[in-house]
Design a protein around this ligand. Structure first.
Ligand code: ZN
Length: 201
């Protein structure tokens, strides 16, 4: 088939097609939409993408997404900094925050330990987490890794490292069904899991 589109249109279709959940038809539809709208609207999208990539960084304390050296949660004086909740990804933090039940601070690991995928403990922010706990101001570490094999394994690995400290280690209660993820759990189930968290032995 002859190439019916211009080079630039083809390029945009190709870029949209790389996005998750966007098939070839949708990519084409989005590209034609961009072609149709006013330049200011289309360039607004381009600017938003550029700004996101240029301005987003990691919080120096907790590794959460931030535009400042220290994120909004770590800077919030109303947070109880003696409670530290450990999550795999910033998306998990967002799901927990939406429940409104969390007044603690976080530590974002950047994933879970998965040797078969080449993810070893040193690829995550575990060293930094242990260092934070060793500083001695944290009373409880709440493990909110995903309730599946990789998440549980990561939580157990971390708790074994923290055993030499006097910190209390808890894990979210299992109203969260095994094998599920924090990101897609409902607010009600997450809230129950937060309230019913149990000591990790
Ligand atoms: Zn932070």
């Amino acid at each position: 088939m002859a190439n019916v589109y211009t080079e630039t249109l083809n390029r945009l279709i190709e870029e949209f097609g790389k996005l998750p959940g966007i098939g070839p038809k949708s990519a084409e539809r989005l590209a034609f939409h961009i072609l149709k709208v006013q330049p200011a609207e289309a360039l607004g999208l381009a600017d938003a993408i550029r700004d996101l990539k240029n301005k987003t960084r990691r919080c120096e304390i907790c590794n959460n997404l931030s535009e400042q050296p220290i994120c909004q949660i770590c800077s919030d004086p109303r947070r109880d900094k003696s409670l530290l909740c450990v999550v795999e990804q910033p998306k998990d933090l967002v799901s927990l925050e939406k429940t409104g039940a969390c007044k603690w601070v976080y530590h974002v690991l950047g994933g879970h330990i998965a040797p078969l995928e080449g993810v070893e403990p040193e690829h995550l922010t575990i060293d930094k987490l242990v260092e934070r706990v060793r500083q001695g101001n944290i009373k409880e570490v709440i493990m909110a890794t995903n309730p599946n094999i990789a998440g549980d394994g990561t939580a157990l690995y971390i708790s074994s490292l923290l055993r030499t400290t006097s910190v209390k280690i808890t894990i979210l209660a299992r109203g969260l069904s095994a094998g599920s993820t924090i990101e897609y759990a409902s607010g009600k189930i997450l809230t129950d899991a937060i309230i019913g968290r149990q000591q990790l032995e």
